[in-house]
Design a protein around this ligand. Structure first.
Ligand SMILES: C[S@@+](CC[C@H](N)C(=O)[O-])C[C@H]1O[C@@H](n2cnc3c(N)ncnc32)[C@H](O)[C@@H]1O
Length: 431
């Protein structure tokens, strides 16, 4: 397929996503199943146009003054693929699978508009209702922070120190542009790919099969490090899901002590078994039933609550979620977070820690959730997050947003990671 056919396919998929309000991955998969002639390179290119258009939906559409799949797809090629109206029309010329070329009116409009002149919410590529939420957290930096969430993400890996070290994994992956990550001690980064390219499928690498590394965003690795699990501890990972953080904690604990991995959803927990085997994590017990946790009450050195959240920090990877999210869903998530925190605290021993993590950037899910928890339970006190940050990432003062008594925020603009929030609370009393 030439660019024209790929562009037409991307417009069709964007129409499907908008019309049926369905996830981008599902729409792309269906398109692939009904167009089996398309090769893997075509699918990757179509996927890239679709994802770029979703990340830049407002700014791409603004160039053509239209919130349509056509405007978003053409706009994405101009903003992210260094195309111009003239270069696009030249490539579409004579391609019978291409969408209609840009009209004189469209060309005139796109050439007369400069993104620097667009309203702030357009440059931020945010739904209107999210603007005050970003302003609340980031003040005058809110547009830059939101815009950084609209860029292509890197592919990050975490070296499993139970089986390998970073130089060994880097040597294995030297051909795919892998380099040490800037902040996470065991992180490896493969930078975002330009244009129609795609990241290598690292999961077919022998080193992956041997458990030498996991795919994990650098921010996720950093919050696992901030949880400060050490060998010999008793740890409850209360929302373990597929075990991304469980595995990082297990490696930090050098397989010594005990991690209890729980999740209320057995289906989400299911992949953890294979991952634990491959990583040779031997200090993890998976407990899917709540009643199995009874014996742990008041005994844990560390309880990690990696809470269900809106995922607003991961919009680089799941840009369709940005446009589907509603304020009602945000309210539902904050309610769940509150009840999970209130339930999980019972397992912390006196002097132990409750660590709270989200991959969201909204204050309601993060610092305000911590304020409310501390107001409900004066038996917990916040750790000094300035000290925690400098203890873990000492050479990088100022890289993250750190509020001493409220927590630490990582963002694509500041730390070059997905957006994450971390707060640690110490149980001071003996009740
Ligand atoms: C952010 S995900 C966890 C990701 C995982 N820790 C990782 O690093 O891969 C949040 C998880 O919380 C789980 N969850 C939601 N409500 C819960 C509850 N009441 N108790 C325990 N887990 C819950 C969800 O099933 C989901 O797997």
């Amino acid at each position: 397929m030439r660019l024209g056919g790929r562009l037409a396919a991307a417009i069709e998929v964007l129409g499907d996503i908008a019309g049926r309000k369905r996830p981008a991955a599902d729409a792309l998969k269906d398109w692939g199943l009904s167009h089996r002639f398309a090769g893997s390179g075509d699918r990757a290119a179509i996927g890239n146009i679709v994802y770029d258009a979703l990340r830049r939906r407002r700014s791409a559409g603004w160039l053509f003054d239209a919130d349509t799949p056509r405007a978003q797809a053409f706009g994405a090629l101009m903003l992210e693929w260094q195309q111009t109206p003239a270069s696009l029309n030249a490539q579409l010329d004579g391609d019978r699978f291409a969408p209609p070329p840009l009209s004189d009116d469209e060309i005139h409009l796109a050439q007369s508009r400069r993104l620097e002149d667009a309203p702030a919410e357009i440059r931020a590529d945010l739904p209107d209702w999210c603007v005050p939420l970003f302003e609340e957290v980031f003040g005058q930096d809110w547009v830059a922070e939101a815009a950084a969430l609209s860029t292509r993400p890197p592919l990050d890996l975490r070296v499993n120190t139970l089986k390998a070290d970073r130089p060994k994994v880097l040597a294995e992956l030297s051909e795919v542009g892998a380099a040490s990550a800037a902040l996470a001690a065991q992180g490896i980064r493969i930078p975002p790919i330009d244009g129609s390219g795609r990241h290598p499928n690292v999961q077919v690498e022998p080193a992956f099969q041997k458990g030498w590394f996991e795919v994990q965003d650098e921010g996720s690795q950093m919050v696992a490090a901030l949880a400060a699990a050490t060998p010999g501890m008793q740890v409850l990972d209360y929302c373990a899901g597929a075990g991304g953080k469980t595995l990082a904690l297990s490696a930090a604990m050098e397989n010594r002590g005990q991690i209890f991995a729980h999740d209320s959803d057995k289906a989400r927990l299911a992949p953890i078994f294979d991952r634990l085997r491959r990583a040779e994590s031997r200090n993890v017990q998976v407990l899917s039933r709540l009643r199995e946790l009874e014996a742990l009450e008041g005994k844990m050195d560390l309880v990690l609550v990696d809470a269900p959240c809106t995922g607003s920090g991961t919009w680089r990877r799941r840009p369709d979620a940005k446009w589907r999210l509603t304020d009602r869903q945000l309210a539902t998530r904050t309610g769940e977070q509150q009840s999970i925190l209130d339930a999980a605290k019972a397992y912390v021993k006196p002097g132990g820690r409750l660590a709270y993590v989200t991959c969201s950037l909204f204050a309601a899910e993060n610092a305000r959730q911590i304020d409310a928890f501390l107001a409900r339970d004066p038996g917990f006190a916040p750790l000094d997050h300035d000290r925690l940050w400098s203890g873990c990432f000492g050479g990088h003062a100022g890289a993250a947003y750190v509020e001493r008594d409220r927590g630490i925020s990582l963002t694509p603009a500041r730390t070059g990671t997905d957006g994450f929030f971390f707060a640690a609370l110490v149980r001071a009393d003996a009740h």
